[in-house]
Design a protein. Structure first.
Length: 197
């Protein structure tokens, strides 16, 4: 029987570490579901403080909406002046690194965990997600584990990112594919120089 090939009763997370104890994780989820979630809209500094308190690296001027979710904030880094929209989900089983001056728009999902579909025990697999400086991930985007979004790149709304997006490229669709360049070469050089890259 083909059904006997998958044994979820033997599911395992061999070699995986959340990076903190179970009690610490529960404490974060309690704080996130209360002090973080129900903070007022303009209380960006308060939410940044809570994330830093639980080990996240949050740059200056970062704006994170109260409905954003972080599985394990100690595995998250967000650079200066980046924006995180409503209902963005950081499924941070592995590292999530957001550069400076990035926008992650509402309802986007940054996924660092999946399962080995060939393993009868459905073993956990994790890979980091990296969004580099000046990139924009538009609304409702799903980013797969192991993806890098390049400097100044754009991912259009409701796209599914299954491979890296190079610098200065606009990708759209499911799976996301190259559409055009964000800046022409001369303008791109001016933009990159302007933010010190």
């Amino acid at each position: 029987m083909i059904s006997n090939r998958i044994r979820l009763d033997q599911y395992h997370q061999e070699g995986y570490s959340r990076g903190r104890s179970g009690w610490y994780v529960l404490l974060w989820w309690l704080v996130q579901g209360s002090l973080f979630r129900f903070s007022l809209h303009p209380m960006y500094k308060w939410r940044n403080f809570l994330l830093r308190l639980f080990g996240a690296h949050i740059g200056k001027g970062v704006q994170i909406r109260a409905s954003a979710k972080f599985t394990y904030p100690w595995k998250v880094s967000i650079g200066d002046y980046s924006w995180i929209g409503d209902q963005v989900e950081f499924y941070s089983l592995d590292r999530i690194e957001i550069g400076e001056h990035c926008v992650i728009s509402q309802r986007s999902y940054l996924c660092t965990g999946t399962h080995d579909i060939h393993d009868p025990k459905f073993g956990l697999m994790t890979k980091p997600v990296i969004v580099k400086d000046g990139a924009w991930v538009a609304s409702d985007v799903f980013i797969n584990p192991g993806i890098t979004i390049g400097v100044m790149a754009v991912v259009a709304a409701r796209s599914t990112v299954t491979r890296d997006v190079p610098a200065n490229e606009i990708h759209a669709g499911t799976p996301a594919q190259f559409k055009k360049y964000r800046f022409d070469e001369s303008r791109e050089k001016r933009q990159l120089k302007g933010i010190g890259l």
